[in-house]
Design a protein around this ligand. Structure first.
Ligand code: SER
Length: 323
C-alpha cells in the first residue's frame, strides 16, 4: 500500500496502453496531480511519466485482486476489451475477455470498496432494430456482433451492480474515437483514423467501408473529457446506470475524404469493402445524447472540420520530427 495522504485518490487504468487508456492516463496526470495513477495492460505502452506501470491480464483475477489490495485502489477505469472487427475473428475469446474482465472488476470493486468504476459501452450495443437516425437513450437494442452483445450485457451488469451492491459504476456508449497518438485496435470505425495516416503518407486511401456509410464519431480529446466529466458528476444527477449515449458528429467516408481534400487537394479515396461493412450496416448513423447533456452537462467541442485540422496538424508534425 502506498504512503497515501488522504487527499490522494489511487486510480487504476486497466488497458492503459490502448487508444483511450493511454490518453486518459496522460490527461489524468496533467490535470489531476492529486491522483496516484496505476497503469496496467498486457504490454507496456507509452505510460506517461509519473504513473506506475504493471503488466496485467484482466482475466487473471488473483493478480488483479493483488493489485487492488496492494495499492489501495479507490477508482478504476476498466478499458481493456476486444473491439468489433477483431471480436468477429475470435468470438469466444472476445466474449471471455469482455465479459469475464468486466465481472472480475465489478466483483473485486465490491469486495475492496472501490469508490467508483468507469466502463465503456459502445454504439456497437445497438443493432438493426435500433432507429438509424437520432437513436434515443432507451431504444431497441439487438446487437449482431459478439462485441456488441458483450457491451449490451455489460451495461446490464453495471446497472445490476449499482442496484444490488451500491457500487458506483458509470458508463458511456462511445461512438468511433479518432486519435493521432495511439492507434485504435480492431474496430469497424478504424478507417477514420487510418485515412489520415495514409493521406499524409501517400495521398490516397482505400476505404473498407462504402462511401455513404454514416457513423457517429468523436475526437479523442472530447472522449477523454466526457469520461472525466462523467466520473466527476454528482451521482444524484445520473439517471442512467446502464450507459449514456454520447456523440459529437456523424460522417461518411466520402464526407471525411472531402474534408481532407479541402486541406490536401490531391488526396484520393477509393473503396474496397470487406466484412466490416456488414458490421457497420447494423449500427446507427446519428445518436441523440440529450440525456447526457441534461444530466451532467455533456457538450462536444470538436466538429468534423476541427477534427480534420487536429489530425492533419498533429500527424504532420510527427512525420516532420521523424525525418
Ligand atoms: N470503435 C468501435 C469499433 O469500431 C466501436 O465501439 O469496434
Amino acid at each position: 500500500m502506498h504512503n497515501n495522504p488522504k487527499e490522494h485518490t489511487v486510480t487504476l487504468i486497466i488497458g492503459s496502453s490502448g487508444q483511450l487508456g493511454s490518453e486518459l492516463a496522460s490527461t489524468l496526470l496533467k490535470e489531476r496531480p492529486d491522483k496516484i495513477l496505476i497503469c496496467c495492460d498486457l504490454h507496456q505502452g507509452p505510460a506517461p511519466d509519473g504513473a506506475i506501470f504493471e503488466t496485467l491480464d484482466v482475466l487473471d483475477q488473483s493478480k488483479l485482486e493483488d493489485m487492488i489490495r496492494r495499492h489501495g485502489v479507490q477508482e478504476i477505469y476498466h478499458l481493456a476489451a476486444m473491439l468489433s472487427a477483431k471480436g468477429e475473428q475470435n468470438p469466444a475469446m472476445a466474449w471471455r475477455l469482455n465479459m469475464e474482465g468486466l465481472l472480475n472488476v465489478l466483483e473485486l470493486s465490491v469486495k475492496y470498496g472501490v469508490g467508483r468504476v468507469f466502463w465503456p459501452s459502445s454504439i456497437a450495443a445497438f443493432g438493426p432494430g435500433t432507429p438509424r437516425d437520432l437513436v434515443p437513450q432507451w431504444p431497441v437494442m439487438d446487437p449482431r456482433t459478439v462485441y456488441g452483445i458483450s457491451k449490451l450485457s455489460g451495461e446490464l451488469w453495471c446497472q445490476y451492480y449499482v442496484q444490488r451492491f451500491g457500487l458506483d459504476v458509470r458508463s458511456l456508449r462511445y461512438p468511433g474515437i479518432i486519435s493521432w497518438r495511439t492507434p485504435p485496435g480492431g474496430g469497424t470505425t478504424d478507417y477514420a483514423v487510418e485515412i489520415f495516416h495514409e493521406a499524409l503518407r501517400c495521398g490516397a486511401y482505400t476505404s473498407f467501408l462504402q462511401a455513404h456509410t454514416r457513423l457517429p464519431m468523436m475526437y479523442i480529446d472530447d472522449a477523454v473529457r466526457a469520461t472525466l466529466e462523467l466520473m466527476q458528476a454528482d451521482g444524484e444527477r445520473l439517471s442512467v446506470r446502464t450507459s449514456y449515449n454520447i456523440t459529437a458528429m456523424s460522417f461518411t467516408p466520402l464526407e471525411l475524404a472531402e474534408a481532407i481534400q479541402r486541406r490536401l487537394p490531391h488526396f484520393q479515396i477509393d473503396y474496397r469493402v470487406d466484412f466490416r461493412q456488414a458490421i457497420a450496416d447494423t449500427w446507427p448513423a446519428v445518436i441523440d445524447d440529450q440525456v447526457a447533456r441534461d444530466d451532467w452537462g455533456w457538450n462536444h467541442h470538436f466538429d468534423l472540420s476541427a477534427l480534420v485540422d487536429e489530425m492533419l496538424t498533429n500527424l504532420a508534425a510527427i512525420r516532420e520530427r521523424q525525418r
